[in-house]
Design a protein around this ligand. Structure first.
Ligand code: SAH
Length: 217
């Protein structure tokens, strides 16, 4: 796999367009400028990998649109060494962005194929520290809780209480929530064991946050 000057140029344009849409966080823009998104996609998408669009990654799932990745990452406000739990590994791109920002990343995927692919591939391109799990994201990772931050990258119908439990006091969860095809981005801060402070942001379309691991074929 090759990262050429052309790819770097396309990434620079992508970063400009995301920044024109209102993303100003320099660290997040720098992550997107550095991580070769075309590595996370099939060869067939190489020419269009830097368009600001979601693309299929197999198993009816998608890599999120770069603007959406940037948007969620800004809301999460990741600091170095923070323990971050991501639900929905997918291609692993978002996990790479979090790792680039210095987070200790734990990521869960319910599709075995995607889990296998991302967990083999990410270390090969320099992301050695990310921990991958093939599990049901609704259950989180109780053995590694509490987390400073939780990022859900699939559309949830309601707030998963188990994930709230696994947040530290003062911890932050960013999650798209909605009953239909469209979800509203929420940020919750866990003030104490019984109080969540809620903020809502723009609407997005995510693939659904499904219950349980996928049944084996
Ligand atoms: N963060 C990903 C985007 C993936 S799309 C990326 O950067 O590419 C959302 C992912 O969530 C899909 O791969 C889907 O399989 C996964 N998902 C949906 N429900 C899940 C669950 N209950 N547990 C774990 N992963 C889940």
């Amino acid at each position: 796999m090759k990262d050429s000057y052309r790819h770097k140029g396309l990434r620079k344009k992508l970063v400009e367009s995301i920044s024109d849409r209102g993303i100003t966080d320099e660290r997040v823009l720098s992550a997107i400028a550095h991580i070769p998104r075309h590595f996370f996609l099939d060869k067939a998408f190489e020419e269009i990998a830097y368009e600001d669009r979601a693309f299929p990654i197999g198993n009816e799932q998608t890599i999120s649109q770069p603007y959406t990745v940037a948007y969620q990452t800004v809301l999460l406000d990741v600091q170095k060494r923070e323990k971050v739990l991501e639900i929905g590994t997918g291609s692993g791109y978002q996990a790479a962005v979090l790792s680039y920002l210095g987070a200790r990343v734990y990521t869960i995927e319910r599709q075995e194929d995607l889990y296998k692919k991302a967990s083999h591939f990410l270390p090969q391109i320099g992301f050695e520290g990310i921990r991958f799990y093939y599990r049901d994201g609704y259950k989180g990772l109780p053995e590694f809780a509490p987390f400073d931050k939780v990022l859900v990258t699939a559309g949830a119908k309601e707030i998963p209480q188990e994930l709230v439990r696994q947040l530290k006091i003062g911890g932050v969860m960013v999650i798209p929530v909605g009953k239909g095809d469209v979800q509203t981005m929420y940020r919750f801060v866990k003030q104490d064991d019984n109080t969540l402070i809620e903020e809502s942001f723009d609407d997005f379309r995510f693939v659904p946050f499904l219950n349980g691991k996928n049944p084996r074929q």
